[in-house]
Design a protein around this ligand. Structure first.
Ligand code: SAM
Length: 331
């Protein structure tokens, strides 16, 4: 069981109401919630792999807060991005009409600054410090935190983004490099794996030969932004894990800037799984265009899945990789 959670729920600790549903913001897969009344929890998780992991364990899950439900209490597992963390705290207080809100966070995710910001506005319990993090609770924040609920952000390039999504503050330089390296023609049927809020997809749609574009993205908030960012009849949107997504038919091209971490540490395994998935979905004449941080070791996975792999551009930080002839025996 999560040590901090069990300490906070001990007698005299966080006052779990006797009835009513509890909104749980941002629990990551693997987190032990067994100290809480499972049948009364609604887990709010916009990231599809985490959502699916909890759903498979029988938890009630939603990608976003239901509009009209009033909860008895809320629990926030703090995310790292400050704007997103503040928004979740404000939404948590609002959804339970100021009812008790329990807040858990790691030091590395900024729990100290969240605690300080909350203390400046309302009464907060003494924090329990354990396992490189803190847990504390407060009540009555529904009015005083409203200004932390942030709207979508408009970028100068004409895109909107949301707090917490990848590259919320501007176009990712690696994606910009990939966009500049794409050929004039991509083919009829194209997928953008890990499409985010749609930057690369908008670039793909400038190619007139593209008739269908599939955006596959794990973060429902990013995908919602992408829907707004692409004013075009060709895109189709999939809130799915790109590692398991199945294209409706074989693809002519996959374009991607794959994720390479889920938490703080680099996880090239995720990018490798994207490469496998791309190879599986491509037609024999299909092409993969991807960008990666120069230090990430993707060449071996690419060579295992494609007969032809070439670095076709890049700079000191990023490399642009082009792969073709997906292997038939790929696993
Ligand atoms: C490096 S970002 C690129 C985003 C976008 N293509 C761009 O260029 O701005 C990688 C994206 O993959 C998404 N992602 C992470 N894991 C995923 C998964 N298992 N399936 C689908 N998308 C995933 C992230 O949410 C993020 O938006």
């Amino acid at each position: 069981m999560s040590l901090r959670l069990s300490l906070a729920l001990a007698p005299g600790g966080f006052p779990v109401p006797d009835e009513g549903r509890i909104a749980v913001f941002g629990p990551r897969a693997g987190l032990d919630l067994s100290a809480l009344p499972k049948e009364r929890l609604l887990l709010l998780q916009p990231l599809r792999p985490d959502y699916e992991a909890f759903q498979a364990k029988g938890f009630d899950c939603a990608a976003e807060l239901p509009k009209d439900e009033v909860f008895a209490a809320a629990i926030v597992f703090l995310p790292r991005a400050k704007a997103e963390a503040r928004m979740q705290l404000a939404l948590a207080a609002e959804c339970c009409s100021g009812g008790p809100v329990l807040v858990d966070g790691a030091k590395t995710d900024g729990v100290d600054s969240a605690l300080k910001a909350l203390k400046a506005r309302l009464d907060v319990s003494a924090p329990v410090s354990k396992a490189h993090g803190k847990i504390f609770w407060f009540s009555g924040g529904n009015d005083v935190l409203q200004d932390w609920i942030s709207d979508l952000r408009a970028l100068p390039e004409g895109f909107v983004t949301a707090p917490g999504v990848f590259s919320a503050d501007g176009v990712d330089p690696a994606s910009a490099l990939l966009a500049a390296s794409l050929p004039a023609k991509l083919g009829r049927s194209v997928a953008d794996l890990g499409a985010g809020w749609g930057y690369l997809s908008r670039e793909i749609l400038t190619r007139a030969d593209v008739e269908e574009l599939y955006l596959v993205e794990a973060d429902s908030r990013a995908l919602d932004c992408a829907r707004r960012n692409l004013d075009d009849p060709r895109p189709q949107f999939f809130w799915q894990d790109a590692r398991h997504w199945k294209a409706p038919a074989r693809l002519d091209a996959v374009v991607m800037n794959p994720p390479f971490h889920t938490g703080r540490s680099a996880e090239p395994e995720l990018g490798k799984a994207f490469i496998l998935s791309a190879a599986r979905q491509l037609a024999p004449s299909g092409q993969l265009w991807m960008v990666a941080n120069r230090h990430l070791p993707y060449e071996e996975s690419l060579a295992a899945s494609f007969a032809q792999v070439k670095e076709v551009g890049g700079d000191t930080r990023f490399k642009i990789l082009h792969a073709q002839k997906p292997r038939r025996n790929r696993s």
